[in-house]
Design a binder for this molecule. Structure first.
Ligand code: SAM
Length: 235
């Protein structure tokens, strides 16, 4: 998978050199390029924002630097049509299902907004030559798209085959089967007076599976009842 990111804060993404995604970059499983939007400006102050038409508070990101930056990234594409994702609190909400879908894309481009966002014509123009999605991390407002893109790349990247050593560890996770994950424990069997649930020490795999499933359902009903199908509240 190839990922391009456009941002005015390229060093935000230094953290992607760490841990599993860092290894995936080193091994070539994920090719990642971070582009400084200000490299596509031509004035002395490397200006990327201006006042909004129609008035109002804050600044809006100018279309010209975005157009030039995206020309450079999308222009060389002959084989794979990239999917361009603009993080936005006004977008469709990012989910594990979307992460799974995006992990199959060969080319992703992320455009990180700042200030009051990007001039809307950038989305329209980009959509005339690539697939475009506006994606929200959740129902709250961040200062910029960088944190949202980091979260998306981490969730997507770990689903790219080969990035996580043991693919089975991806299967039994929260949201993979529509439920939250069961609680996990490791040694010692008792810690500060708190024992591990005895069934987990029983060696009875059937009983363990049943207990875990019950825990998933109880946890989901308690914390995220919205995830349970309306016609099957007992999952
Ligand atoms: N004025 C915009 C609005 O109300 O929709 C919010 C702009 S926000 C301060 C600046 C940038 O942060 C956005 O362009 C977007 O890139 C990013 N951002 C903020 N909240 C986000 C969220 N929940 N999900 C994804 N990106 C977000």
């Amino acid at each position: 998978m190839r990922i391009d990111i456009v941002t005015i804060f390229p060093t935000f993404f230094d953290a992607l050199d760490l841990s599993l995604l860092g290894k995936a970059k080193q091994s070539g499983l994920i090719e990642l390029d971070v582009h400084d939007l200000r490299d596509s400006t031509h004035d002395r102050h490397r200006t990327v924002d201006d006042t909004p038409y129609g008035g109002g508070a804050g600044m809006v990101m100018k279309p010209e630097p975005w157009g030039e930056a995206l020309d450079g990234i999308l222009g060389d594409d002959t084989e794979e049509e990239p999917l361009v994702i603009f993080p936005s609190p006004a977008g469709e909400v990012f989910t594990q299902a979307m992460a799974r879908e995006l992990a199959t894309e060969p080319r992703l481009v992320f455009g990180c907004g700042r200030y009051e966002g990007i001039d809307h014509r950038v989305f329209d123009h980009t959509a005339s030559r690539a697939r475009v999605r506006l994606v929200s991390l959740g129902d709250y407002v961040l200062n910029g798209g960088e944190v949202a893109v980091m979260a998306m790349i981490e969730a997507i990247g770990r689903l790219v085959p080969g990035v996580v050593g043991n693919p089975e560890s991806l299967v039994e996770e929260s949201h993979e089967d529509g439920l939250l994950e069961y609680p996990s424990y490791t040694k010692p069997a008792e810690w500060r007076g708190l024992p591990v649930p005895p069934v987990l020490l029983s060696g009875n795999h059937g009983a363990i599976a049943t207990w875990r499933r019950q825990q998933q359902i109880e946890r989901t009903r308690e914390v995220r009842p919205d995830l349970l199908p309306a016609d099957q509240p007992d999952a």
